[in-house]
Design a protein around this ligand. Structure first.
Ligand code: GLU
Length: 316
């Protein structure tokens, strides 16, 4: 059996809800059914939105649900020096540049190019500061997607071809275990994305890739809402010479109105006093069969571990 290191990486902006429990359960089942490790990482880089209290509730909820993790919990808020070092490595190669644009500047530049669309509430960055700040003060650091894609050497491309993704001149192509063949033109659709934010916080893309790399994560199992971030993360993995994990993006749990369940929209916390019921809902959302009646949490989990490979095969 090949080495398997999985992880669950919640942002502690609130307790686990039915949707985040699906990601926790699925990543745990995938790891355990492979005899692998399952790590827990608290993604608390966005300090104004996160709280230690929420993080501790999440740990207690996972324990109540029998989802035991391996080793120490990694807290992103302790990792600033490491993120700084990772950014410096890109700065040295001119793959990161300072940006002085405000949102309003970005909107104006997009409008001037006849591109006004917003993408999932994000503006594709039109590259205004790529060649210099033009006297503006630096606010954020961005990844030079265009330069990286242009200079991606064919030898690296060969190496990437055998992995889970392939970078050609324009597109990042990758295989998702559930969604199949995916591709994205990052330079056009997203642009040069943020690594270090104007408010001084580390960007999710940078922190997640550095940590998955440092923790030796081989398999990322998470909600489908994050699938769109994967090509950006693959570019950073390639830039830092990190191996790309396999990816499995899970079906999203929707509220009655069809919206994705989210803490921002006040999705209720799972009821940890009835862990079996919460787990049964999460398992049903994943399309797994119901555990036999009167199972304990441990028995139900063992039942789903055994069932898992029939529903979510590990290839590619
Ligand atoms: N921290 C992210 C979230 O809670 C998940 C990151 C990931 O799994 O890559 O949405």
């Amino acid at each position: 059996m090949t080495r398997y290191v999985g992880r669950f990486a919640p942002s502690p902006t609130g307790p686990l809800h039915a949707g985040s429990l699906v990601a926790a359960l699925a990543s745990w089942l995938d790891a355990r059914s492979c005899g692998g490790q399952w790590l827990l990482r608290i993604e608390d880089v966005d300090t104004p939105r996160c709280s230690a209290a929420a993080a501790h509730i999440i740990l207690a909820q996972l324990c109540a649900c029998g989802l035991a993790w391996d080793g120490e919990v990694l807290w992103q808020s302790t990792r600033s020096p490491r993120y700084q070092q990772a950014l410096a490595a890109l700065q040295q190669r001119q793959l990161a540049y300072p940006c002085g644009c405000t949102r309003r500047d970005i909107d104006a530049a997009l409008a001037a190019q006849g591109r006004q669309h917003e993408r999932h509430g994000e503006r594709p960055y039109p590259g205004t500061c790529r060649e210099g700040l033009n006297g503006k003060p630096a606010r954020a650091w961005r990844f030079n997607t265009q330069k990286f894609m242009k200079n991606w050497p064919s030898a690296h491309m060969q190496k990437a071809r055998s992995a889970t993704f392939l970078i050609d001149k324009k597109q990042v192509h990758w295989q998702d275990r559930r969604l199949g063949e995916q591709q994205q033109d990052v330079a056009h659709e997203v642009g040069d994305f943020i690594l270090h934010r104007a408010d001084g916080l580390w960007a999710y893309q940078l922190a997640v890739v550095v940590d998955d790399g440092d923790q030796g994560v081989t398999d990322v199992v998470r909600g489908e809402d994050l699938a769109d971030n994967t090509p950006r993360q693959m570019l950073l993995q390639a830039a830092w010479g990190l191996p790309a994990p396999r990816y499995l993006h899970l079906p999203l749990v929707r509220a009655a109105d069809g919206e994705k369940l989210s803490k921002q929209q006040g999705a209720p916390a799972i009821d940890s006093s009835r862990p079996l019921q919460a787990l049964a809902h999460a398992a049903a959302a994943l399309g797994l069969p119901a555990a036999p009646k009167a199972s304990s949490v441990a028995d139900a989990l063992a039942f789903w571990v055994a069932a898992w490979p029939r529903f979510y095969n590990r290839a590619p």
